[in-house]
Design a protein around this ligand. Structure first.
Ligand SMILES: [Zn+2]
Length: 486
């Protein structure tokens, strides 16, 4: 295990703090997943990439990582920016809007969850240990609500079960949103439940026997609140205290604030020792919106526009997570060039494996990798880490003509380590070179070897191709090739 410290900004203490798993070397990490009522956009994926980079960095430090990222498929209401969310279930609203396309709300949930996982894999994100779905954890949620009622932290009304804010004086500690009288500010058309003790008391369970997705509970037919889902699933798989909890910055309040209140009232323990939040993404300097035509899903870019998903990943991590990211088509194109550089580097290393080499790049690449890891441990400083990673490809290209055998292996190991850490140069992405391209590369290499007076090595290349029925012939105009007549 590395003795490096993994520093991450902590939303709770509002400063940089070393991430320290309670069980040394074993990170228990929960990251809020999507609500599957539509396709996740690239801003959502920026947040999931942050979680992925936490996992990769922790693993690079030699830690074991228990990573859980959920799927919300019920209970997330349309007006979710206030303490007690109101409006319609996003799933039901989506079914109403797209009714023709889906048989029912379950069909819609399955379609968007599958699409999400598909995009996740395209962007080369690590699979979580568990990807729990809210609809499959109803027993745990109902038990949690029941326990909160029994311990006096929640109460039932004819419309549902509500968390009693007054029972948790620390409410607001994550977001700083402590003025309970202000918790409903910004609400339009609030349906006031006169039975609630305080307008900010939020729903743990909604009573609704007309809801498209409903379960039977001690309070009748209904469905859970969005916040209790995450508390129940996180604690089921990771225990009462998490080492780290992550999400987008829009989740600080009320979602994460509410998760803390519920969980800490259930266990009497700190819910998570560390909190990180990814900043927002804008496109061409403006908030993404469908009406402005600057709203992108992964599919829009990868399937409709033929963009490389690894280039998209690179572009989404080019700015560190704790700064707003301005995404532009130019940034995607620049990322594509960088990703292609890694691929070319891998081709060079692979194609030189079988020949003798004399490049001495081991120490230099070790140092560069170490600096990339240092940057990741410095609050996931991806812009520095990516620059270091590219510096390594410069070393490999510089010594290209002397690569071979052991040194080619060292170059490939470097690329594999960078892939493990940053996910930007997967080996499966390297397509086989065509016969012509391979020959072209070898002819260049052979002339470089001849210029360096390494005639034996140059001749080995000639003989290799002759074996395959290709004759290389030197002419005053340069080397040409022709197929040997058999
Ligand atoms: Zn959540």
């Amino acid at each position: 295990m590395s003795d490096r410290k993994f520093m991450l900004t902590d939303t709770m203490s509002r400063g940089l703090k070393a991430l320290e798993p309670v069980e040394p070397g074993h990170l228990k990490f929960y990251s809020c997943g999507p609500t599957v009522y539509n396709l996740a956009h690239i801003g959502n994926f920026r947040t999931f990439i942050t979680a992925d980079l936490v996992v990769r960095t922790a693993e690079a430090l030699g830690w074991k990582v228990s990573y859980v990222s959920n799927i919300t498929d019920v209970g997330h209401l349309t007006q979710d920016d206030v303490a007690d969310a109101t409006g319609e279930d996003k799933m039901a609203a989506a079914l109403r809007a797209k009714g023709q396309e889906f048989a029912n709300v379950w069909d819609l949930a399955r379609f968007y969850a599958d699409a999400f996982i598909d995009d996740w894999r395209k962007l080369n994100l690590r699979e979580p240990l568990v990807r729990p779905r809210a609809t499959e954890h109803m027993r745990e949620q109902i038990q949690a609500v029941d326990q909160l009622v029994k311990s006096g932290h929640a109460y039932a009304t004819p419309s549902g079960v509500y968390f009693r804010l007054s029972s948790f004086p620390e409410h607001g500690k994550l977001s700083g949103n402590v003025d309970k009288e202000q918790l409903q500010v910004g609400v339009r058309d609030v349906v006031v439940d006169d039975n609630k003790e305080h307008p900010g008391d939020f729903a743990l369970w909604k009573q609704d026997d007309k809801h498209l997705m409903q379960w039977f509970s001690p309070w009748g037919w209904g469905f859970p609140g969005w916040h209790i889902e995450c508390s129940a699933m996180a604690m089921k798989y990771l225990g009462e205290t998490l080492d780290l909890h992550a999400g987008g910055e829009d989740l600080v309040f009320p979602h994460h604030e509410s998760e803390i209140a519920q969980s800490e009232c259930l266990t009497g323990k700190t819910f998570s020792n560390h909190w990180i939040h990814t900043r927002f993404l804008v496109v061409d300097g403006e908030k993404m919106s469908k009406s402005k035509g600057n709203f992108y899903t992964v599919r829009d870019l990868v399937e409709d526009r033929g963009q490389d998903p690894i280039a998209l990943r690179f572009a989404l991590m080019a700015t560190p997570y704790n700064k707003p990211l301005n995404f532009t088509m130019q940034s995607l194109s620049d990322a594509g060039k960088n990703v292609e550089r890694f691929r070319e580097c891998r081709r060079v290393a692979e194609s030189t494996l079988d020949r003798p080499g004399s490049a001495d790049i081991s120490q230099e690449l070790d140092r560069i990798y170490g600096e990339a890891l240092d940057a990741m441990c410095d609050d996931l400083n991806t812009s520095v880490a990516l620059a270091r990673a590219l510096e390594g490809t410069g070393v490999i290209f510089r010594d290209q003509s002397r690569l071979g055998g052991e040194s080619s292996k060292i170059a490939l190991e470097y690329l594999d380590r960078i892939e493990e850490l940053l996910g930007i140069c997967p080996s499966s992405q390297v397509e086989e070179r065509s016969f012509e391209a391979e020959l072209e590369l070898d002819m260049i290499l052979r002339s470089e070897l001849k210029a360096a007076k390494k005639f034996d090595e140059a001749d080995a290349i000639r003989l290799k191709w002759l074996d395959q029925g290709v004759e290389l012939r030197d002419t005053p105009e340069g080397t040409i090739w022709k197929l040997v007549q058999s």
